[in-house]
Design a protein around this ligand. Structure first.
Ligand code: HH2
Length: 299
């Protein structure tokens, strides 16, 4: 039975699954929207807006009401040059929010962290997914926690560290290098007890990438279908959108949605966003047009 589902996921038609504890998503299906909940004072686009616990919870409930399929709760900004946050402080920020939401929403909760101890506590508090932006460098400690809990895992590519990653990003062929990273991580995760069915891959737009690298990644999305795993993209309000269009962080929605429609057309199945309503509408419209053109019901 497993062989029947371990199939093409990106841009393909055959089914595959993503499992995250009690949640199972079967693809192809309408793309999943992951709403961002930054419990931080310094995130690049909404720092301080939801640092207050009650506001973070209220915002989370609003995102679910707007159509978010997953909530991604983070307590440490990863914007270039952000101050690292200690473990105790990160836990203080995210745990109460996860605990409060676990009993109140029926969508999976993801914890956006690169610390294994924070991941373990978040999973114990009711999270089902670990979104690891440092999958590039995590040793098995993080993966063991994910394996123990049967959690879903998002493996994101990043070149370097948040503090310095945008200083001089350098690639020969960015699409191929990220593909090699994904391949390597899928092998290491499997060895650590996290099977491919629990893993989603993310090329990490803006994480150690110059404008042309982000554009190359978006243009080359179809190349990842060979990995047979769903792809997630965090396009929302990113600085490459601002650089291309010459707009500040408050003016990046149109560019974000254009890239979202493109990526959906290329087969991406998960989108991490601050703007849930606009993203859901963009995805449903794109999906309807693709289905119409292909005379099929799903992409
Ligand atoms: N981007 C950000 C944070 N986490 N996770 C994944 N998987 N992919 C991304 O592209 C991604 C991510 C940055 O966005 P945000 O959380 O709004 O900003 P900050 O890191 O400043 O809190």
């Amino acid at each position: 039975m497993e062989g029947a589902i371990a199939n093409v996921c990106v841009g393909g038609k055959a089914a595959c699954v993503w499992m995250a504890r009690q949640f199972t998503f079967v693809f192809p299906r309408p793309a999943l929207v992951m709403g961002v909940v930054n419990v931080t004072p310094d995130s690049f686009s909404d720092g301080g807006h939801f640092f207050d616990r009650a506001r973070a919870i209220e915002h989370s409930l609003r995102l679910v009401a707007e159509g978010a399929d997953i909530l991604d709760i983070g307590g440490e900004s990863t914007r270039p040059g952000a101050e690292p946050v200690g473990e105790a402080e990160e836990l203080r920020r995210v745990l109460p929010v996860i605990e409060a939401l676990a009993g109140r929403v029926n969508v999976p909760l993801s914890v956006d962290t690169c610390k294994p101890t924070v991941a373990r506590a978040a999973l114990a508090a009711g999270a089902s997914i670990v979104n690891d932006i440092a999958a590039s460098r995590s040793g098995p400690a993080m993966w063991e926690k994910v394996a123990e809990a049967g959690a879903g895992y998002i493996a994101m590519h990043m070149q370097g560290e948040p503090a310095t990653m945008q200083a001089a990003p350098c690639y020969g062929d960015v699409v191929e290098e990220v593909k090699a990273f994904f391949h390597d991580r899928l092998g290491k995760l499997e060895a650590a007890g996290v099977p491919a069915e629990r893993v989603v891959l993310d090329p990490g737009l803006g994480f150690g990438k110059a404008l042309e690298h982000n554009l190359d990644l978006l243009a080359g999305l179809a190349g990842y279908s060979i990995l047979r795993r769903p792809l997630l993209l965090g396009i929302s309000r990113k600085s490459f959108v601002g650089k291309l269009l010459g707009v500040d962080v408050t003016q990046r929605l149109s560019g974000t949605l254009a890239a979202t429609a493109w990526a959906r057309r290329e087969g991406v199945q998960l989108f991490r966003t601050h703007d849930v309503v606009a993203t859901v509408q963009t995805l449903r419209m794109t999906e309807a047009l693709v289905a119409r053109r292909q005379n099929e019901s799903e992409v």
